[in-house]
Design a binder for this molecule. Structure first.
Ligand code: VG1
Ligand code: CO
Length: 557
């Protein structure tokens, strides 16, 4: 890496630094994961620039530092990368590492930040949100541990967006994003890096590739749907080239600016093709999908869907079968709405379980402190301390490593897991596109009725307790309040209500429903049947139809 002095000594540049006046945009508050807006919002003059300058202003020590830049390939990706490179040069960064073609999956960006000692990174993505001229774009800032900026940093960025008066850029041409190698932009070096190589090498260091190769050679079949999003090149290289799965294992493997008009959200609605293939005759042994920026994973065995919450629990219980985790786990962390399935595994392993607010940024401190090794969210995010992001391909590889070691079907692994730990039946009901005031009114009504909820009779039994989840980070004492309403029933069953922080239009209500069945209980019910009484209780307590005007969710996952 270039030192500040070294880079300054080398500089021969005539490119003038420009200071461009701007006025604050009042809608640049980062949500659950970065700033996400419609493309047309980002296309306003100075909009992306003001946000990027606010990020740089909020990051002390960026002069002379290295910055990683990449994105998920969606519409506007290349344009905003060129803008960010010029601005980084004008703001005194010594070096930018950018993925070839503007591509870096979120976990690969996290790895690059860590590997090359960068001060941070800009990941241009709206993740699972759709892309294209009429859809969504986003900018996330990751800090030097490779993880999403924690709340104090996003708050500082937001505060800066409200007072910013100018941004700095440089009068320099676009760089060739498709050619590997170094160029100079003003005083700054730009290196276009292979987006896959470092990441694939990291994966190979974590998992037993020879065992997975042998599994695949034995006739085990795999289908990976990259959803025309960022994981295509990673999946081709790792599954087909390095692990020897036949060509065609990876479908929709070319990143497209509009994800082929699809919604790159790997769930039972948007990855329907994969689901039907896995449930139909002649299904492969194992099916998986990832999202826009490659940090989520969907796992479906032949005839067996695995909820993300169960997947976290199974991976935690079996992680010791992979070389990187052979020494055991230090702890497990899950977001609050994620089911308690992982809690049972943590208890059995005798390790701590941390319950955090929604969003990967809350796991970073636990991972840095060595308090947790594996983390997960109900929204199809799983990951470990190998990077500081959730990681879709990592989760698929850990599953394959477990299956290679155990030589069982996914369905058999699940049956065995539930027999040992019991089962947390689980579903999330999303009510999308509701008017923001309606969503706010529903949450306000729940908050007002909180103290009266305990003792209420419902179809799912008596409410035992209810609260508005608040989290105190055990490493730095920072508090995040109002993270969602929890309604708890006897035996661990519960309903959780919160509003999404990643949407770009109106509000999305998320209702998380979980019914606990202990080991020895009825473990083979259809999930919808097991959850029906809790669904009725959710309607009774939150008056969803009344507030939203909708009598059914738009998406059930
Ligand atoms: C959603 C998920 C959350 C996840 C976030 C970012 O947030 O619920 O678990 O961390 O998306 O994922 P929300 O606020 O809409 O519920 V990604 O893959 O879209 O960056
Ligand atoms: Co994502």
């Amino acid at each position: 890496m270039q030192t500040k002095q070294g880079s300054l000594a080398k500089v021969i540049t005539t490119a003038p630094i420009l200071t461009v006046p701007t006025t604050p945009f009042t809608d640049q508050k980062p949500g659950t994961s970065g700033l996400r807006k419609k493309v047309r919002v980002f296309q306003q003059a100075g909009y992306a620039e003001s946000f990027i300058q606010s990020v740089f202003d909020a990051v002390p020590g960026h002069e002379g530092a290295t910055l990683v830049i990449g994105g998920d390939g969606r519409y506007l990706n290349r344009e905003v990368i060129q803008v960010a490179i010029r601005m980084a040069a004008a703001n005194g960064f010594a070096k930018v590492l950018v993925g070839q073609g503007g591509i870096l999956s979120t976990p690969a960006a996290s790895h690059a930040i860590r590997k090359y000692g960068a001060i941070g990174g800009l990941v241009l993505s709206a993740s699972h949100n759709p892309g294209g001229p009429n859809e969504d774009f986003g900018i996330k800032y990751n800090v030097s541990n490779g993880g999403p900026a924690p709340e104090p940093v996003t708050e500082a960025i937001h505060a800066r967006t409200l007072e910013i008066a100018q941004y700095r850029t440089i009068d320099a041409p676009d760089i060739d994003l498709d050619r590997l190698g170094s160029t100079q932009v003003g005083a700054m070096a730009v290196e276009v890096i292979d987006p896959v190589a470092d990441y694939a090498e990291l994966m190979e260091s974590l998992f037993d590739f020879p065992a997975i190769r042998a599994l695949l050679a034995s006739g085990f079949t795999l289908s990976f749907d990259a959803m025309s999003a960022v994981t295509g090149p990673y999946a081709h290289e790792i599954f087909e080239t390095r692990l020897g799965a036949p060509v065609g294992t990876v479908v929709n493997g070319t990143p497209l600016p509009d994800f082929g008009h699809h919604h790159p959200d790997p769930n039972l609605v948007h990855a329907r093709d994969l689901y039907e293939r896995m449930m139909g005759p002649g299904a492969p042994d194992f099916g998986a999908a990832s999202d826009g920026d490659g940090d989520r994973n969907l796992i479906i065995g032949r005839g067996q869907y695995v909820t993300p919450s169960d997947s976290l629990a199974v991976l935690a219980a079996n992680a010791h079968l992979a070389p990187a985790y052979a020494g055991g786990l230090k702890g497990i962390a899950r977001s609050m709405p994620t089911s308690g399935a992982a809690d049972r595994v943590a208890a059995a392993l005798g390790i701590p379980l941390y319950e955090t607010p929604t969003g990967w940024k809350f796991f970073g401190n636990l991972l840095d402190a060595g308090m947790a090794t594996i983390c997960g969210e109900e929204s199809a995010g799983t990951g470990s301390d190998h990077v500081r992001e959730k990681d879709g391909i990592w989760a698929v590889l850990l599953w394959l490593n477990v299956l290679a070691a155990r030589r069982l079907s996914v369905a058999a692994v699940m049956a065995d897991h539930w027999a040992q730990y019991g089962r947390n039946y689980y579903a999330r009901h999303d009510y999308e596109g509701i008017a923001t005031p309606a969503g706010d009114a529903l949450m306000a009504h729940l908050r007002e009725s909180l103290s009266a909820l305990p003792g209420t009779q419902t179809a799912a039994g008596t409410v035992e307790a209810a609260d508005d989840f608040a989290y105190t980070d055990p490493t730095d004492g920072s508090v995040s309040a109002r993270q969602g309403i929890r309604v708890l029933f006897a035996g661990g069953s519960r309903v959780v209500f919160r509003l999404s922080g990643t949407g770009t239009e109106g509000a999305t209500l998320r209702v998380y429903i979980e019914a606990c069945e202990p080991a020895g209980g009825n473990l083979t019910q259809p999930a919808a049947e097991a959850l029906a009484p809790l669904v009725a209780a959710a309607e009774q307590l939150a008056r969803i139809a009344h507030f939203t005007g909708m009598d059914a969710p738009t998406v059930i996952t």
